[in-house]
Design a protein around this ligand. Structure first.
Ligand SMILES: Nc1nc2c(ncn2[C@@H]2O[C@H](COP(=O)(O)OP(=O)(O)OP(=O)(O)O)[C@@H](O)[C@H]2O)c(=O)[nH]1
Ligand SMILES: [Mg+2]
Length: 304
């Protein structure tokens, strides 16, 4: 006879998992893939994410609150230090750390900062996702798995492609089994803890990252000045300000005959309409907030 007892259900598991990695490793892409919606912006440029953005994964018997955070890196700029602080405190508050590394392009300096942080935590598990496997040959990947497994006692090492979703369900299942027993933190229909307005401002910032070069993305912050919905038509009207640090940057973002700003607006509006599932009227302004990224007060004022 087996002693299987049907009334004894497997316990529900829930908890917080911080997604830690070097800038550009694919943290936000992985978050969006695990949640199944675009809630965090991504770009080919490093240091895209600046805040802690929770994405809630609901699965059979588990709920994992993933914290997408800025990439960990060393910098002497106060703004960069500020966003790395955001990352580090999220790692402190999480029950599990999901380390994500770019398998195609290791970043030893950032990775050693992350491992230092991981080693300062005792008794809580960590999982490694080796990302961008679509870009690496198998022998190189095997070498990396070998290298990483000697670095730390990860509970699991899962090669994934966040961009294509490869092995992401397997990664989720592995992490669910490592979460502590406990009830869900959020209702089943909630997928994030950040307000819609914040995601809207981020979508605009993403288009600035995509459309501009050099220091401009890093000198840009976006705030929502007005957000209102017409009750009859359902059209949402949004006024947003793009803050830059210098007059010359303002000129570049506006572009010849306003073309750059127009393109940013059109691309952002498409994403925002998808997010809000309604028609959107988007008006963008460019404002100079002199050297904001060097001024703690201005940094706070712009939402960081
Ligand atoms: N080929 C490939 N590209 C990927 C994969 N995952 C992410 N990327 C790309 O890598 C770049 C960085 O992705 P993000 O998700 O913004 O990276 P991040 O770690 O959040 O970066 P920061 O927020 O700057 O720290 C983007 O261009 C992604 O499209 C992947 O599995 N394969
Ligand atoms: Mg990111």
């Amino acid at each position: 006879m087996t002693d299987h007892n049907d009334s004894e259900e497997t316990p529900f598991r829930s908890g917080f998992a911080a997604i830690a990695g070097a800038p550009n490793a694919g943290k936000s892409t992985l978050l969006n893939c695990m949640i199944g919606e675009k809630i965090s912006i991504t770009s080919a440029k490093p240091q895209t994410t600046r805040n802690r953005i929770a994405g809630i994964a609901h699965g059979p018997g588990y709920q994992i609150v993933f914290l997408d955070i800025p990439g960990v890196h060393k910098s002497d700029k106060i703004f960069n230090q500020k966003i790395v602080d955001v990352a580090m405190s999220a790692i402190d508050e999480a029950e599990l750390v999901l380390v994500i590394a770019d398998a195609a392009r290791p970043d030893p300096a950032s990775e050693s900062l992350i491992m230092e942080k991981l080693n300062s935590r005792t008794g809580s598990p960590a999982v490694l996702a080796l990302n961008k496997i679509d870009l690496v040959e198998k022998p190189k990947l095997l070498k990396q798995i070998d290298r990483w497994s000697k670095t730390y006692a990860f509970a699991e090492i899962v090669p994934v492609s966040a961009k294509h979703g490869t092995q992401v369900p397997e990664l989720l299942t592995a992490m669910a089994g490592l979460m502590p027993e406990g009830p869900p933190y959020y209702p089943e229909d909630e997928i994030t803890d950040v307000p819609e307005r914040f995601i809207v401002s981020e979508m605009i910032r993403e288009k600035v990252f995509e459309s501009t070069g050099q220091e401009i993305p890093y000198s840009t912050a976006v705030t929502i000045e007005d957000f209102s919905e017409n009750e009859d038509s359902g059209v949402v009207s949004i006024h947003a300000a793009i803050h830059v640090e210098r007059n010359s940057q303002k000129g570049i973002i506006i572009g010849r005959h306003g073309q750059m700003l127009k393109n940013i607006g059109t691309a952002a509006r498409r994403d925002i309409e998808n997010l809000l599932a309604t028609r959107v009227f988007l008006q963008l302004f460019v404002r100079v907030e002199k050297n904001w990224s060097k001024n703690p007060k201005a940094i706070r004022k712009l939402g960081y």
